[in-house]
Design a protein around this ligand. Structure first.
Ligand SMILES: [Zn+2]
Length: 436
């Protein structure tokens, strides 16, 4: 059994009338994650992810992995350090040099802590190649930490110097083949954001210093966002910059947004200079057409909280909440407690744990009200309270839901009623996975 009292969660309590003047805290995901004890800054732009944040991130990574593998991507892990020489060859060392964290080894060879791996992947494909056209298309992906020496790290996990990314790279024989994979990966992204129940807009984007021929950004509307998009109120079409909807001609609304993903068809921007070639059915080797796909995973976690939470309480996409349910037992010494209070809590836990990951708030010296308030702040999707109604025959439990966008009244249900409720959600989940 898992207990709240055992979770390493260094909560920061700010006295009610205290004048807080912490200009470093600039948005609500940063404030909530820090105050509720999910993350801890170690130095500017670097964070320790504590157990509850780590659980949410594990769930998010699994979801991302499931979605991109359904599109045929295969996982690899490349070193965090890329030889600076490769970036010099593609000309990016000079272009984005100021944002790179670099290190030098004992032989004076220069490396960079990679913010992205186009060069490293192209070099790998060149090294094993040339591939045969029969081996294409090929999509390789990683989920690991990346580095960017931000001039001004801010907004906590939204703009950090170390962050977790999904980065996937496609190798193709021609643009048509690249476009097919691009569509498959677009579907994978769409399914991911549907599972998270997040409003994410895919907008055409300039290719910038990545080079290439086709690009989209994936943006979540949120007031803390440093980007902005124009959204059509009528058909939900979105663009980076326009006052009129390209689809239906209506006037668009400008909203702040957070970029959580990016997709590109790169052409031969990296495969050309790094000589990543393939052998076509006839004729000499040709440079691979490459595509790439990124999702900022730690940023997406923070962006979800930005989009769904209030200033006071975290709200998670149900699929990534650190725990799906918490059970709050009676206060020690109360009438409910004396009538097998703790047995009831354990019975509920055992039944719920078959369907969902639950935790018991065993701080029985605290009132139910106090623990309920803390559970609401943390945003457990389901809160089960063993209150006065556990004395009834059969016992009934108070169920509170903390789901984005819903303000349901608490329900009073029997244990069977509660299990029916949660198993319904379990079935929903299975259907969604099958759809993917
Ligand atoms: Zn429109």
């Amino acid at each position: 059994m898992r207990y709240v009292s055992q979770i390493f969660q260094p909560v920061i309590t700010i006295p009610k009338n205290a004048k807080v003047k912490n200009t470093d805290i600039t948005c609500k995901s940063q404030k909530l994650l820090l105050e509720c004890g999910l993350v801890r800054p170690t130095s500017s732009g670097f964070f320790a992810l504590l157990p509850l944040a780590r659980r949410a991130l594990d769930k998010l990574e699994t979801l991302v992995k499931t979605c991109v593998e359904a599109a045929g991507a295969q996982r690899v892990t490349l070193p965090a350090l890329t030889a600076a020489q490769l970036w010099e060859t593609t000309g990016r060392l000079a272009d984005v040099g100021s944002e790179l964290l670099t290190v030098e080894d004992r032989h004076k060879k220069e490396y960079l802590l990679a913010p992205t791996h186009e060069e490293a992947i192209a070099d790998l494909l060149a090294d094993v190649g040339p591939l045969s056209y029969k081996q294409l298309p090929l999509v390789l992906y990683q989920i690991n930490n990346k580095y960017r020496d931000e001039h001004r790290p801010k907004h906590g996990l939204l703009r950090a110097r170390e962050f977790t990314m999904l980065d996937a790279y496609g190798a193709h024989r021609d643009t048509g083949c690249a476009e097919t994979v691009y569509e498959d990966m677009t579907t994978a992204y769409t399914r991911l954001f549907e599972r998270l129940q997040l409003p994410v807009y895919r907008v055409p984007a300039p290719t910038g210093d990545m080079g290439g021929t086709l690009s989209h950004e994936w943006q979540v509307p949120a007031s803390a966002g440093e980007d902005a998009i124009s959204v059509c109120p009528s058909c939900s079409h979105a663009a980076l910059d326009s006052t009129e909807c390209a689809r239906c001609g209506k006037e668009t609304e400008r909203v702040n947004s957070i970029e959580v993903g990016h997709t590109f068809i790169l052409g031969t921007r990296y495969s050309g200079p790094l000589k990543a070639n393939y052998i076509p059915p006839s004729g000499p080797p040709q440079p691979l057409i490459m595509s790439c796909y990124g999702i900022g995973i730690t940023r997406l976690l923070a962006a979800s909280l930005e989009a769904l939470s209030s200033e006071k309480s975290m709200r998670w996409p149900r699929a990534i909440a650190p725990y799906s349910a918490v059970i709050i037992g009676p206060k020690e010494g109360s009438k409910e407690w004396q009538h097998h209070g703790e047995d009831r809590v354990h019975e509920v836990y055992k039944r719920i744990a078959q369907a969902q990951d639950a935790v018991i708030d065993d701080r029985h010296q605290l009132t139910i009200g106090k623990r309920l308030m803390m559970a609401d702040r943390l945003g457990y999707p389901t809160i089960v309270v063993c209150g006065r109604a556990v004395l009834e025959i059969p016992p009934r439990y108070e169920v509170h839901r903390c789901l984005p966008g819903s303000s349901q009244e608490p329900a009073l249900v029997t244990l069977e009623g509660l299990i029916d409720m949660l198993e319904g959600e379990g079935r929903e989940k299975v259907l969604e996975v099958n759809k993917a």
